[in-house]
Ligand binder design. Structure first.
Ligand code: NAD
Ligand code: TYD
Length: 355
């Protein structure tokens, strides 16, 4: 019997106020009116309930503020609501922050994940029939590629940053709970996402915000680093599909079939923004500033997403040019959101990171 034919009506999504999580929550709430979606988020700097304004009063949606590292709270929450499925996205997610503060990455990404696994195990004891723990991970666990090749589901783990090491560790714990306790799980490892609601500390939203404000665009090193970009809503669709129809104990790589060198991407972004902002061609590109490289900077990520394509029928729905245009339009139409998230602590972070 397929997992989606079984009773699985009480779903916990963690990190649902963040970038990807908010798109996953929206997707599940709208797609499954007969399931109740709980969104657990501690609302760190990266979490923002404004991201979910449009669905916050939906009858099948409840927000719970709480921290996945708080053992007693997590145990009580699972006992109270008896979640039949967990979609786990809560994490510290920014590589640069992991370089300055690795311990908080261990706490949330490793200890927090194990707390959730324990609580899930403890409510269902050994009877996991019809239950599923879905862990959202990253392609960064595979380390760095050279000029050629792609990450597949069997590529060895070789993480290089404290962020990717913490995500790799959490993936191992999920797999270990599957092997040791028979917990049904699915893991997906996805490439770099972009789209609406992305916190402006990551490359694309940071540069969009800086172009709007005519601030320097800090390209690390020589800019010849390569990432594989996927529109965030396509990731949310893939998570929905793999959560409901993926096979227990399997990993699915998710990617955009869309590799870009940072400097080429930044040039494209600059030219699209010049047009949108009615600025002379080449104006934004003048803001490009090469700065000190990120330590341990991975050269290239690229995903082979043929397994999820062939087995579950998923593929990206928008081209990069379409997705980037939608993204730019969203930021230009949501200046208030940008102003809100870039006030306060953000200024302090920015100065520390870039000066
Ligand atoms: P994000 O930083 O935008 O959001 C993370 C969310 O988790 C925030 O809402 C934050 O408040 C919440 N959170 C953090 N610590 C918490 C804690 N201790 N307890 C409860 N909630 C907590 O991250 P994102 O970019 O949306 O990434 C979501 C997930 O997807 C992460 O697990 C990340 O590793 C993974 N991922 C991200 C990308 C990407 O390109 N952004 C790619 C692949 C995988
Ligand atoms: P980022 O968005 O932080 O994602 P990740 O490190 O998880 O891939 O960075 C994407 C690429 O852009 C990466 O090669 C680092 C580079 N980058 C810059 O050149 N300048 C910046 O200010 C940032 C944030 C990233």
């Amino acid at each position: 019997m397929m997992f989606n034919q079984l009773r699985n009506n009480v779903i916990l999504i963690t990190g649902g106020a963040g970038f990807i999580g908010s798109h996953v929550v929206r997707r599940f709430v709208n797609q499954y009116p007969n399931k109740h979606i709980y969104n657990l988020d501690s609302l760190t700097y990266a979490g923002n309930l404004e991201n979910l304004k449009d669905i916050e009063t939906a009858p099948n949606y409840t927000f719970v503020k709480g921290d996945i590292t708080d053992v007693a709270f997590i145990e009580d929450l699972f006992k109270s609501y008896r979640f039949t499925g967990v979609v786990h996205l809560a994490a510290e997610s920014h590589v640069d922050r992991s370089i300055t503060d690795p311990v908080s990455f261990v706490m949330t990404n490793v200890v927090g994940t194990v707390n959730l696994l324990n609580a899930f195990k403890s409510i269902w004891k050994d009877d996991f029939k019809g239950k599923r723990f879905y862990h959202v991970s990253t392609d960064e666990v595979y380390g760095s590629l050279g000029e050629s090749g792609l990450f597949t589901e069997t590529t060895s783990y070789d993480p290089n940053s404290p962020y990717s090491a913490s995500k790799a560790s959490s993936d191992h714990f999920v797999r270990a709970y599957g092997e040791t306790y028979g917990m049904p799980y699915v893991i997906s490892n996805c490439s770099n996402n972009y789209g609406p609601n992305h916190f402006p500390e990551k490359l694309i939203p940071l540069f969009i915000n800086n172009i709007i404000n005519e601030k320097p665009l800090p390209v690390y090193g020589d800019g010849n680093y390569t990432r594989d970009w996927l529109y965030v809503i396509d990731h949310a669709v893939a998570i929905d599909l793999a959560f409901h129809t993926g096979k227990n104990g399997e990993t699915y790589n998710i990617g955009g079939f869309n590799e870009w060198k940072n400097i080429d991407l930044v040039q494209l972004l600059c030219s699209l923004m010049d047009k949108k902002l009615n600025r002379p061609t080449g104006k934004s590109a003048h803001l490009i500033t090469y700065v000190k490289d990120r330590p341990g900077h991975d050269l290239r990520y690229a995903i082979d997403a043929s397994k999820i394509n062939q087995e579950l029928g998923w593929k990206p729905s928008v081209t990069f040019e379409e997705g980037l245009e939608k993204t730019i339009d969203w930021y230009l139409g949501n200046q208030e959101w940008l102003d809100q998230v870039t006030s306060g602590d953000y200024q302090e972070y920015y100065i520390k990171q870039y000066t």
